[in-house]
Design a binder for this molecule. Structure first.
Ligand code: HEC
Length: 372
């Protein structure tokens, strides 16, 4: 190499250093991206961006609309020019295998797909024990003994009566509507709020599987927010009633009742926090609170069949059995109970009965069986 070429090469290098973009501007280094994608863009909570294989269009789309746990980053936080620059910077960053942090492995583990797999397993677990619980209560209600009478009544009619009861007595809580509209509303906040959250999760899995960020006015966003509010309000009301009602502690289920109510409360609160923090751009905390949210939902589901959560499916089914027995008696196909062959379904019954027994001097002389 002759001296002149060496000189030119050095000059070119210097010019690039002084006027080139890379050393003078480090947009990535000063951006919020770094917090989640790592100082050297080799990943943090989010995947490595170094040597990204995404096209600029794909890159922009992900940044502007968010993806999974990544919040959408709007133009006031990162101008289009800076976004372009970030893309160029990360594309040129070297791939440093040994810098991939453990946090990224956790983050990857929590991708929408694996989270939905974890929850599928949780639901399966819950389903198995729920079916086990339901069969137990059906046995207590003498459902097997009822079956021959239902055959006489006609299966189509029996199924019609059961379905109607599940909708009117169960889903619409008809008896509470008749007796106490205010309590119906408060009770409704819990059931319909809970159903809304469940429905939202299913709809999001179908229509927004990557969980990209949506505007607050989008129905897919509104549904879980409104439902979450309803649940939180309903839970507060239940807590209030627990404070007021001296019979609420039957000495048997208070702990399990509280576990359910508490978990539901944590699910709602953590859900709101995640949405709020994402909106406010407080991204450092999003992942932690999201983990707290996932853990609450997970615990709510897997403890469900053993807590007051059972109330939601055991009571409607038991009332449907009652309606079937009533129909059997009323249509005269069989003599039988006119009412309540199913277990008493009031969780306070045991305490009230004990008090009555005390008053009539029979305390301890009568053995009582408790039904939740
Ligand atoms: C709160 C943490 C967080 C912040 C802040 C953040 N990201 Fe992300 N990012 C993630 C996570 C988590 C993923 C993985 C999403 C998924 O695949 O579910 C991701 C994914 C991406 C992807 C897709 C990568 C791929 O290979 O699929 C790109 C591109 C990206 N982020 C760019 C950026 C840019 C640019 C910024 C800054 C303007 C930024 N991110 C800020 C957490 C974040």
């Amino acid at each position: 190499m002759n001296a002149r070429l060496v000189y030119l090469t050095i000059l070119a290098g210097l010019t690039a250093t002084i006027f080139g973009q890379t050393p003078t501007r480090d947009v990535f280094g000063g951006s919020s991206c770094m917090g989640c994608h790592g100082q050297s863009a080799m990943g943090g909570l989010g995947p490595p961006l170094a040597k990204t294989k995404l096209s600029i269009e794909e890159f922009q789309k992900i940044v502007r609309s968010g993806k999974g746990m990544m919040p959408a980053i709007k133009e006031n936080d990162l101008s289009p020019g800076d976004l372009q620059e970030v893309y160029t910077e990360v594309s040129n960053k070297p791939w440093l295998e040994d810098q991939i942090p453990i946090a990224y492995k956790v983050g990857r583990f929590l991708s929408p797909t694996s989270v939905s797999h974890i929850f599928m397993v949780a639901f399966l677990f819950c389903g198995i024990f729920a079916v086990r619980g339901i069969t137990y209560w059906l046995r207590c209600a003498g459902f097997k003994q009822l079956l021959p009478s239902l055959a006489k009544l006609g299966w189509a009619k029996a199924i019609g009566i059961a379905l109607k009861s599940l909708i009117v007595d169960g889903f619409l809580v008809g008896s509470l509507w008749k007796n106490n509209k205010k309590r119906w509303v408060m009770h409704g906040l819990l059931i319909y709020g809970f159903c809304g959250l469940l429905l939202a999760d299913i709809l999001i899995a179908i229509f927004n599987p990557q969980r990209g960020q949506l505007p607050l006015t989008d129905p897919l966003k509104l549904l879980p927010i409104v439902s979450g509010f309803a649940v939180a309000l309903g839970v507060c009301y239940v807590m209030y009633r627990y404070k007021k009602d001296e019979y609420i502690d039957n000495g048997l289920t208070l702990g399990k009742d509280f576990l359910f109510v508490n978990l539901l409360f944590h699910v709602a609160i953590s859900g709101f926090l995640v949405v709020t923090l994402k909106r406010l751009g407080i991204n450092d905390w999003v992942m932690t609170i999201y983990l707290y949210h996932l853990a609450s939902v997970f615990l709510l589901i897997v403890t469900g069949p053993f807590t007051r959560f059972q109330h939601m499916y055991v009571v409607p089914i038991m009332v449907a059995v009652t309606r079937l027995t009533e129909a059997v008696t009323a249509t005269g196909v069989e003599l039988g109970f006119q009412r309540e062959p199913s277990p008493g379904r009031h969780h306070k019954s045991a305490r009230i009965a004990e008090d009555v027994l005390k008053q009539v001097g029979l305390e301890g002389k009568v053995v009582m069986r408790y039904y939740p």
